[in-house]
Design a protein around this ligand. Structure first.
Ligand code: SF4
Ligand code: SF4
Length: 68
């Protein structure tokens, strides 16, 4: 699984409420929960997008690095 060049995986802090749905889905354990907020270890993320549809509030996104 290749990362998308010039893109970063981001969690929208304002939207995430810490439900944890995304965390169990990540095959490389790039996500952790900290005080009801999902935190990504971005260099570990493979940009596989598995977690993205699982978020009920659409807090997960892969963005162009410049606009992140
Ligand atoms: S995009 Fe894939 S690797 Fe990155 S945090 Fe989500 S499930 Fe994990
Ligand atoms: S699924 Fe969405 S709301 Fe739930 S912990 Fe992950 S980013 Fe936050």
């Amino acid at each position: 699984m290749a990362r998308i060049p010039n893109h970063v995986f981001v969690v929208d802090d304002d939207l995430c409420y810490g439900c944890g749905a995304c965390i169990a889905l990540c095959p490389v354990d790039a996500l952790t929960l900290d005080s009801l907020l999902a935190i990504v270890d971005e260099p570990t993320c493979t940009h596989c997008e598995h977690c993205i549809p699982a978020c009920p509030v659409f807090a997960l996104e892969i963005k162009e690095a410049d606009s992140a």
